[in-house]
Design a protein around this ligand. Structure first.
Ligand code: FAS
Ligand code: PHB
Length: 389
């Protein structure tokens, strides 16, 4: 078999790229290790920046997002029992939209299937060959049978644990990593959100986040120890701890209920450079990871896809490969700014086990400055709604 682009990974990155390429008549095959239902069962991001929203519409899959997404003009930041609002709209004339990654991925799968585009599920042993030659191809197994796809380009959209980044020789890539000494315990509950916009809460007991998916589906997180397991946290223990970390005025309004999903995510900052090797292009979590504090994971995957799509479109439609050649440098310039903001938000709002009394005073002073300074709030707002592509 031969195609123009092999996309490894059927998560949001791979599916969005496949849909955008389809709008330009560029062929792509998606190889996904799991099943569609397994991919949709992963509960992850919830906030969409304007850039991703624009790409969903460009890909022809923005209709449900426009209908069901919740527009948020700002967020609450709290410290102990005090809180203040940062109004994104006031500072940037731009909002964000709450629409779960699961729904983004569902819309993309639905569109791909409706267009009859090829997706191979349950692929095993995916291997990339000749990425640095003119005979690039990918092999994989399904039900023990080996298949080969010859292609012009390979998009490595296979996440942090995928095969794509590992295919680039160690001597040709440099990795940057910071592992945080805590994780996020997240639950999904069929309860009304505690507030109509998000609450990012810093407290002496640790970080908490109050988010949502719709008017009757809430998403909450609390910072937890890396040694914690989901089994250590009953629903009751979770709710009690969450109430201790958010201002009493909000805790008193919290509607609790049984969790329908509960998971712990480790937090890390990670970037690999470059994001290209010959005909192989890395996108999304295959190339970079952020702590979810800044809601940048999915949204930075989207800007990678924007740059790669524009590069492939120019290559195929205008025989111009300049944008493709600039992909890695252009994508990384925005990736590092997202890494910085996510690291800064994480440092601002979490309790670190090695913090000294002085460190705690610095953290409190930074939050007090953010509360009282319009320009500081504008900087947060510009980063949160998404820096320009
Ligand atoms: P993904 O990891 O989503 O998708 C990669 C796909 O490739 C997967 O479907 C996988 O099955 C497949 N794959 C892997 N190896 C393969 C192989 N060898 N062959 C074929 N297929 C293969 N971001 C936020 O903004 N907010 C959040 O709250 C948030 N929470 C998160 C919680 C967790 C536990 C994790 C892991 C991430 C979270 N993220 C969050 C980040 C997340 O949303 C990612 O940024 C987003 O999924 C990136 O999408 P992809 O690049 O498509 O990678
Ligand atoms: C979520 O709703 O899952 C969410 C929102 C904002 C974040 C992280 C996660 O920063």
């Amino acid at each position: 078999m031969r195609t123009q682009v092999v996309i490894i990974g059927g998560g949001p990155s791979g599916l969005l790229l496949g849909q955008l390429l389809h709008t330009q008549g560029i062929e792509a095959v998606v190889l996904e290790r799991k099943t569609r239902d397994y991919v949709l069962g992963r509960i992850r991001a919830g906030i969409l920046e304007r850039g991703l929203i624009g790409l969903m519409h460009k890909a022809g899959v923005g209709e449900r997002l426009a209908r069901e997404g919740f527009v948020h003009d700002g967020t609450i930041i709290s410290y102990g029992d005090e809180d203040f609002t940062i109004n994104f709209k006031d500072h940037t004339n731009t909002s964000v939209v709450v629409y779960g990654q699961t729904e983004v991925t569902r819309d993309l799968y639905d569109a791909r299937e409706a267009a009859g585009l090829p997706t191979v599920f349950n692929t095993q042993e995916v291997q990339i060959h000749g990425a640095d030659t003119d005979s690039a191809h990918v092999t994989y197994q399904v039900n023990g049978e080996t298949h080969r796809i010859d292609c012009d380009f390979i998009a490595g959209c296979d996440g942090f644990h995928g095969v794509s980044r590992q295919t680039i020789p160690l001597g040709l890539r440099k990795e940057y990593e910071k592992v945080y000494p805590f994780g996020w315990l997240g639950i999904l509950s069929e309860t009304p959100p505690v507030n109509d916009e998000l609450i990012y809460a810093a407290s002496e007991r640790g970080f908490a986040l109050c988010s949502m998916r719709n008017q009757n589906l809430s998403r909450y997180y609390i910072q937890c120890a890396l040694t914690d397991t989901v089994e250590d946290w009953s629903d009751e223990a979770f709710w009690e701890e969450l109430k201790r970390r958010i201002p009493k005025s909000h805790a008193d309004k919290l509607v609790t209920g049984p969790s329908i999903e509960k998971s712990i995510a480790p937090l890390r900052s990670f970037v690999t450079e470059p994001m290209r090797w010959g005909r192989l292009f890395l996108c999304g979590d295959a190339a970079h990871i952020v702590p979810p504090t800044g809601a940048k994971g999915l949204n930075t995957a989207a800007s990678d896809i924007h740059y790669l799509f524009e590069g492939l479109k120019a290559h195929y439609l205008e025989s111009d490969s300049a944008a493709l050649d600039a992909y890695s440098e252009k994508a990384l310039a925005r990736v590092w700014k997202a890494e910085r903001f996510s690291w800064w938000m994480t440092k601002l709002l979490h309790r670190f086990p090695d913090q000294t009394e002085f460190d705690l005073k610095m953290q409190k002073a930074e939050i007090d400055f953010l509360r009282s300074n319009r320009e500081a709030q504008s900087v947060l707002a510009q980063n949160y709604i998404g820096l320009p592509y």
